[in-house]
Structure formats: structure tokens, C-alpha cells
Design a protein around this ligand. Structure first.
Ligand SMILES: [Zn+2]
Length: 373
């Protein structure tokens, strides 16, 4: 999942998923044309639009605070959080590790909804307390909405379906009971799929009753929840199966590397056509200096192949694509997803000692899951 990088808080990168722009517009529009005119008919159109826009901005900030609370607790519990990606109804905190005991899982999971409840209460108190004069109707209306939306965020996230917060709470409980993270995840994900199906059915029912807008919303939320439960479960199983597997256990040794002074036509003839790999590390005096891929070669027109060398066409080495043999295989897989590279070099003291592909890891996963029945 890619996002637009915004800023850093508490050492965590905050990013926006691109869907947010569409949803932001939709939220502002529906607030300005539906919610606020309905509840505050005496206010003007510009006032409704101002409230709609500010409402969407503060909704964004509320979701951010919810996610930051999860991340803050996770960090205090010793888990590293690199990035928070905000999207439609919440965010995904990119934990580099899963919590290693149910107590931590429970505390991290509950932090978000509790912060939303506190925000709801604060906004409600403010709306009731300070801004009662008619001149403040706009602000009071906005605060009222923010109290309502934060309460909704807390309730929605507490739905007991993994990977929502409520599902994580459920997972922590069953994890504690059964002693097995996998079992806990299975139950919480199963529950998430059922809840998702229930929400879809409710949405369809509303559609039939003529509530088009609410109906469509519910169907979308239900589908989102179902696919999240499915994906979250697979990811958790994968992490479990690859527990303790290191890069050196999966990588292929005896790597074929190429020299930077090689001409492109030689590279194609002697390497791409002969060994059938699509990526080769480029080494000079035993040190990795770059990567050459079939894609890069295809970008060079054929009549240039006899004149150009690998050095001119290769991708320079970036720190983020170099793996250490002692690194976890799960991290290697995450790195592949993040960089979009399916084949990464494994390097020890600057020397290439192996290559690892997505396929290597997935094959191992398949064998492991076959063996475990
Ligand atoms: Zn949450």
C-alpha cells in the first residue's frame, strides 16, 4: 500500500493513502449538503461549507490521534513503528513486529478506541459548555459533529473482527486462552468475516428499503472488513510460518554476477539468454556496485547495445535493497513489497553471498503450510 508522505511525529512517518483525497471530498461535500443543513437549517450556505470543510479536516486529525495513540503505546511496549498510513476509516500502523504476548496486543489495540472516546467526550463538553451563544452556532455545531464522529470511530474500530482494534482485542483474549497466536488470529479473522457479511446484508436491506446512501456505505464497509479480515489472517499466518527463518536459510548461493565493463550485447547473449535470470548483481573487485535488470536493458535501444556497458545501464546500489544473511525472511519479504523488487542481493562485508527472490520465500511458505496440514 503506497501513500503520500506528509510529516513525521514521534519519529513516525505519517502518510496518506491516495483514496483519502476522494474520501475527504466526499465527507466535506456530504457534511456541507446533508448533515449540517439538516441539523442547522438556520445557518447560511457558506457556513455549511465552512463546517463541512473543517469537519473533514478535524476528522482527519481525529483519525491521526487515534493511530498515534496505538503507535505510542506500541513503541513503549518495545515495538518499532515506522509509518502510519491513513486511509478511509482509519489507518494502518506499520508495526515492524507483531506483539509477542497477548497483554501487549491488548494494550496497543485498546489505546486507539480509548483516545477516540476521550476526544468524543472533550468535544462534547466543549460544545455544551463554552459555545452556547447563537453567534457561536457554527462552532458548536462543528464540535457536536466531532463528538459524534469520534464516538463512531471508537465504536466502529471496536467491531470484533480482525484486523480492526476490536478484532485484535478478541485475538488477544483467545491467544491468552489457547496459548496460540495462530488460533487467536483464526478466531478473530473468522469473526471479522462474519461481521463483514452481516454489515453487507444490512446494507442490502437498507438499499431495498430505499436508503441508497446508507445502504451503499454499509455494503462498502462490509466488503472492506471482509477483505481486511482475510488479508490480515494470511499475513499473520505467514509471519508465524516464517518465524525464525533467516535470509541465509532461503537464499540461493553461487550467485552469478556481472562486471560493470561488460557490453550490453554481451550481457544479453552470455547472461540473460543463458542463465534466464532477470536480475544480476554487478560487482567490481568482489564488491557490489549495482544491479542490472532486464527492464533496464530493454530501455536501451537495440542499436546501442554494442556501445553501451553495464555500468551505464545499471541501477546504483541503494542501502534499502541490500539484505544481511542474518536478517529475518519476513523482513526480506516486506522489503520486496516496499521497494517493488522481486529479487534482492544478500551482502556480507560488501560481498554478494546470495540472492533471494519472492518465489524462494513463497515456496518455503507453501512447503511449511503443506507439512502443517
Ligand atoms: Zn485503531
Amino acid at each position: 500500500m503506497k501513500g503520500l508522505k506528509l510529516f513525521r511525529v514521534l519519529g513516525i512517518q505519517i502518510s496518506l493513502n491516495y483514496t483519502w483525497f476522494i474520501v475527504f471530498g466526499l465527507v466535506a461535500w456530504s457534511l456541507a449538503n446533508g448533515y449540517f443543513p439538516y441539523h442547522y437549517p438556520s445557518l447560511s450556505r457558506p457556513a455549511h461549507w465552512t463546517m463541512g470543510f473543517l469537519g473533514a479536516v478535524f476528522l482527519f486529525l481525529s483519525v491521526l490521534i487515534h493511530e498515534l495513540t496505538h503507535s505510542y503505546i506500541a513503541k513503549r511496549e518495545g515495538m518499532e513503528v515506522k509509518e502510519i498510513i491513513l486511509f478511509i476509516f482509519g489507518g494502518v500502523s506499520q508495526l515492524t513486529k507483531e506483539p509477542d504476548d497477548p497483554g501487549k496486543e491488548l494494550r496497543v489495540a485498546l489505546g486507539g478506541p480509548i483516545s477516540s472516546l476521550i476526544l468524543a467526550f472533550l468535544f462534547w463538553v466543549l460544545s455544551k459548555g463554552i459555545f452556547q451563544a447563537p453567534a457561536f452556532a457554527l462552532i458548536a455545531g462543528l464540535l457536536n459533529y466531532l463528538a459524534f464522529i469520534n464516538l463512531s470511530l471508537a465504536i466502529f474500530n471496536l467491531i470484533p473482527g480482525f484486523p480492526l482494534d476490536g478484532g485484535r482485542v478478541l485475538r488477544a483474549i483467545y491467544w491468552k486462552k489457547s496459548g496460540s497466536l495462530k488460533r487467536g488470529t483464526q478466531i478473530a479473522a473468522e469473526s471479522g468475516k462474519w461481521v463483514g457479511t452481516g454489515i453487507i446484508l444490512l446494507g442490502l436491506f437498507w438499499l431495498l428499503m430505499g436508503n441508497i446512501f446508507g445502504g451503499i456505505w454499509f455494503v462498502i464497509i462490509g466488503m472492506f472488513l471482509r477483505s481486511a479480515a482475510e488479508g490480515g489472517y494470511q499475513q499473520a499466518v505467514m509471519k508465524g510460518a516464517l518465524e525464525g527463518v533467516k535470509v541465509k536459510d532461503v537464499m540461493s548461493r553461487g550467485v552469478i554476477s556481472v562486471s560493470p565493463s561488460l557490453r550490453i550485447d554481451e550481457l544479453v547473449e552470455d547472461f540473460f539468454l543463458r542463465h534466464k535470470h532477470v536480475t544480476y548483481p554487478v560487482t567490481e573487485n568482489d564488491r557490489i556496485v549495482g544491479m542490472i535488470t532486464l527492464k533496464r536493458v530493454k530501455e536501451i535501444s537495440r542499436d546501442q547495445w554494442a556501445e553501451r556497458t553495464v555500468r551505464e545501464a545499471m541501477l546504483p546500489v541503494r542501502e534499502e535493497i541490500l539484505l544481511d544473511p542474518e536478517e529475518e525472511a519476513v523482513d526480506a519479504l516486506q522489503r520486496m513489497v516496499r521497494t517493488g523488487e522481486g529479487r534482492l542481493p544478500v551482502v556480507q562485508n560488501g560481498r554478494v553471498v546470495g540472492m533471494i527472490t519472492r518465489k524462494d520465500i513463497l515456496n518455503l511458505l507453501e512447503i511449511k503450510s503443506d507439512l502443517s496440514g
